[in-house]
Design a protein. Sequence first.
Length: 1108
Amino acid sequence: MEVKTSLLDNMIGVGDMVLLEPLSEDSFIANLRNRFDHNEIYTYIGSVVISMNPYRSLPIFTPEKVEEYRNRNFYELSPHIYALADEAYRSLRDQDKDQCILITGESGAGKTEASKLVMSYVAAVCGKGQEVNKVKEQLLQSNPVLEAFGNAKTVRNDNSSRFGKYMDIEFDFKGDPLGGVISNYLLEKSRVVKQPRGERNFHIFYQLLSGASDDTLKKLKLDRDFSKYNYLSLDSAAVNGLDDAANFRTVRNAMQIVGFMEDEVQSVLELVAAVLKLGNIEFKPESRCNGNDESRIKDKNDLKEMCELLGTEQTVLERAFSYRTVEAKQEKVCTTLNVAQAYYARDALAKNLYSRLFSWLVTRINESIKAAPKSRHKVMGVLDIYGFEIFEENSFEQFIINYCNEKLQQIFIELTLREEQEEYVREGIEWTNIEYFNNAIICDLIENHQNGILAMLDEECLRPGTVTDETFLDKLNTICAEHLHFESRLSKSSKFLTDHSLPHNCFRIQHYAGKVLYRAEGFVDKNNDLLYRDLSQAMYKANHSLMKQLFPEGNPAKVNLKRPPTAGFQFRHSVGTLMRNLQTKNPNYIRCIKPNDKKASHIFTDSLVCHQVRYLGLMENVRVRRAGYAFRQAYEPCLERYKMLCKRTWPHWRGPAREGVEVLMADLTVPAEEFSYGRSKVFIRNPRTLFFLEERRRQCLQDLATLIQKIYRGWKCRSHFLLLKKSQIVVAAWYRRYAQQNKYKRIKSATTVVQSYTRGWQARKLLRELKYQKRCEEAVTTISAYWHGTQARRELRRLKEEARRKHAVAVIWAYWKGLKVRREYRKFFRANAGKKIYNFTIQRIMQKYFLGLKSTMPSMSPIDKSWPVKPYLFLDGVHSDLRRIFHLWRCKKYRSEFTEEKKAVFEEKLEASEIFKDKKALYASSVSQPFMGDYLEISKNPKYQKLNSAMDEKVLLADVVNKINRANGKGTARIFLLTKNSVVLADQKTGQVKASVPLPDLTSVSVSTQSDGFFALKLKEGSASAIKGDFLLSSEHLIEIITKLHRTGATAADSEQLNIDISDEFLVQFKHDKVCVKFIQGGPKNGNSVSCKRKNNRLLEVSVPSTV
Ligand SMILES: Nc1ncnc2c1ncn2[C@@H]1O[C@H](COP(=O)(O)OP(=O)(O)OP(=O)(O)O)[C@@H](O)[C@H]1O
Ligand SMILES: [Mg+2]
């Protein structure tokens, strides 16, 4: 998108009428039309904005547009109301100048819309924040409320403001809104009771009936049907594009935002409803005896409902509509009212009720939006006052409205045209006077204190005697007849005598905006604005929260006989105040123009626009602008603003500001005709020159900004660099420290390694040397040992040799000596000498042998197998004989130490060995076990006391054995007792004797060859014991039992030798059967236990583990 930098860019027609060439009314209108056709509704005349009503929404009021115009120079962009608002806001905020936005134009020209646009723009660009937003919202939302109550549809405008509004928005030093004050001017209250054809009453009536809920309407005793109310015109009740119901919701919402309490809203609506009800009250004449008619209320229902709404007594109001009390000089006179007077009273009440309600609303809104009192607020005033009006029939209201517009024109003229010319004179600038129409004369005609129309009206109203509109007109005709702008048929001036367009009951004023014909009828009444005291007192008495505030004069305690100020007087006064207020502020003008009379878009009626251009004095405005200078500024601010454009004035100019500006202009080579130097200001003729300066300034600012940026960036970079450098030094220092530390550590560890290697090497070297030394020493030692050994052996050999030699010598010598002796003594011992020597030698040897044997005798233990080695071969036989003899002797010695019991034990052991050794595998394990005999300690154990006592004989053996069950081979524990005569089997638990076998009945005992403890006691056939058959038993002490059985059986007097049958298969007699008991080597699956199984009737198989 192309960015606009000047008003001159892509201009349609000319954006500023000052630039129009050639300047004429036609070209002016053509330019407006051209721009209007291109949707350019705004055009400038210098700083004045001309606004054409587009009668449709254009996309030029978006938030983007707001941003576009924000903080931009006035002439920078296309003309826009935002540019004006921005300019005003910025000069308020930055230069502390109070502003006023004066929006003028005829009815329907777009003043109210323009004022809202200005307010919304300011709201958008000023500060933000919760509190500020609330203030903004309240200020903006005051509009819908006031529009609902103060606007109405007219033939000219569907939303015509029927009151004047001036709103002061107050800002703090930052430009944030603090609050506001609204002033309202003369509501057109006559509309409440009567509306011209094609127009409506105030919006609120229609909004209430369309938008309120059924419930609300019921409470207000209203009917939704407009036709039920006399005060509502029906022909134009519905307006195109106006949604009353929706607007009602908007209004209620706005009231809530502004700060109305719910009960306040309700009270307001009650009064609105009461006005509607009031309109429905009708009167009928009732003849009185004095011939006068007296009014009576026709149907009291509406009155009743109205009284309920207002909380008044029905009778009081009824009376007030029939009688009137006049007080004069402490006299009270009560007169009856006829029907016409009653209607007048009713309408007066309705109008007063409504207009006072409206004023109360404004006061209430002001209460909400008022800023906290502070020493100084900056103020921006927005004036949206009813536009200049010319109706078919113009009455007092139009007169007042048009007077107000005259005053505004006046202030416009004063502040723009006259002020401008005067300024040139003041500044000593050459100036060609421009003729313009000054409407001061018209203002004077209306407001002059002595002979102004308003003064005369007041005079007439206050005059005693009969006062009518005619008397007023007469007065005008006499006094104003000579006035250039006053026209009347009855005036002394003869020129209007034949003017048939001027009826007799009218007068005409040539306003600045055109001639307006006013009907004198109603002027006096409306100016008086009288409300019968009875009515105001009735209203004051009403039991309603608002009524006492609305009708303070009704307070009987404050009866004031002085007439209240007239409407005209009040208005003139408030307009005067407004004008004085506006004059203290910097004015900003928006001149609204209506393009057509049809409220239609795209239609541009030249004549209508031309008329408005004329009466708004726009041509004069342009001319003055063009004749003069488009822009002026005091030297100091001008120099301050543009001094950067010239090297000599930048950055400081020491001399006077004017010279500085001269230097500046000269330097910029601005053509001389483009500017003039006044006494205190420089005047720039053409906006283009200003644009040029502004553009140069902008560029220069950009350059300066670039320079500042450059310096700042340089500074920032340098600071950054210095920081980096500093940081780098720190980092480098730390890094170096770290690197050095690492290096040091590396060197240290390397040194340690080298050191360790060196030390290792040195140590190894030393070790080697030491080893070598040691080896050397060892070698030396070895060598020396060998050497010494060799020497020793040699010496030993030598000594041996020597000893041998000596021995040999001795032997030889002995032999030789013997030989010599023998030879010598041969002759003497020849026969026995050899034998004697031999015996002697033998004797000596034997002696030595025995003595040696004595000292080396082994111990006396029979199992000690040691024996000294034989000393001589020839004693071999003797030596072994001696050994045997010694052993036998030793055994005998050992035996001789035995007691009888020990002897018996050994005998038993001996017998066991004889019976079982090498026959039964179990034997080996029994050798080391002493035979204890009584394993159960039967004599001591009290458990077996009974069993013991049952025994006749001494128990030789008592043990627990397993009696093998013949049927299944399983064992049952039994006590086995052996006495000298019998074998007894008893129950292990009870000790009861199960079987007692006398030993003589026992023929044999069968056992296996294996390591099991099974034994069968075979009984003598036919014996008493043999009835049950043989016993097959198993015992851990089998060897001892059998041995003892064998010995006892042998010693038993009448028994034969007990046979011990050792075999792996033997027969056992079980009752009548003979069963073969077979012992087999058991496999590993049986584990280490001996198991016995009955295989069949004839075979009992005992599996014996091989390892047991
Ligand atoms: N800028 C605009 N854009 C769109 N429509 C507009 C604009 N200005 C005015 N209008 C239309 O013109 C109508 C009349 O405008 P507005 O009420 O502002 O006139 P006014 O000058 O205030 O009249 P009055 O003096 O009767 O109050 C508006 O209701 C709206 O439809
Ligand atoms: Mg308006």
